[in-house]
Design a binder for this molecule. Structure first.
Ligand SMILES: [Zn+2]
Length: 107
């Protein structure tokens, strides 16, 4: 699964913001263990602008300068429509989050 690197275009940032709020798959969350905003399952969902994804918690400052390609080109909207095809969604999630874990490994 391909990744895209910041800086994002305005359209990519808008797509990523939409994805983060869509509930299609699990959104990116703050990777700081000591983030001051412990929300859902202890993590704060990231927001996104053209400089990259960032944690909205005051005083956190966590940033992530990449996203998965399907999050940035509106392809996730097609995945929403696949919501009833649970096998397909699980396969997409395994691919996406396997990649995310590999890329995020330094945290
Ligand atoms: Zn944070």
């Amino acid at each position: 699964m391909d990744t895209v690197e910041a800086p994002f275009t305005a359209d990519q940032a808008a797509s990523i913001r939409g994805y983060q709020q869509s509930g299609v798959l699990r959104p990116f969350a703050c990777a700081r263990d000591d983030c001051p905003a412990h929300t859902w399952r202890g993590r704060s969902w990231l927001l996104c602008d053209e400089d990259g994804l960032f944690c909205p918690a005051p005083g956190c400052g966590y940033r992530q300068a990449w996203a998965l390609a399907f999050m940035a080109d509106w392809a996730w909207q097609g995945m929403r429509r696949a919501g009833r095809d649970r096998r397909r969604v699980r396969r997409l999630m395994r691919g996406a989050w396997g990649k995310a874990r590999r890329v995020q490994a330094p945290y």
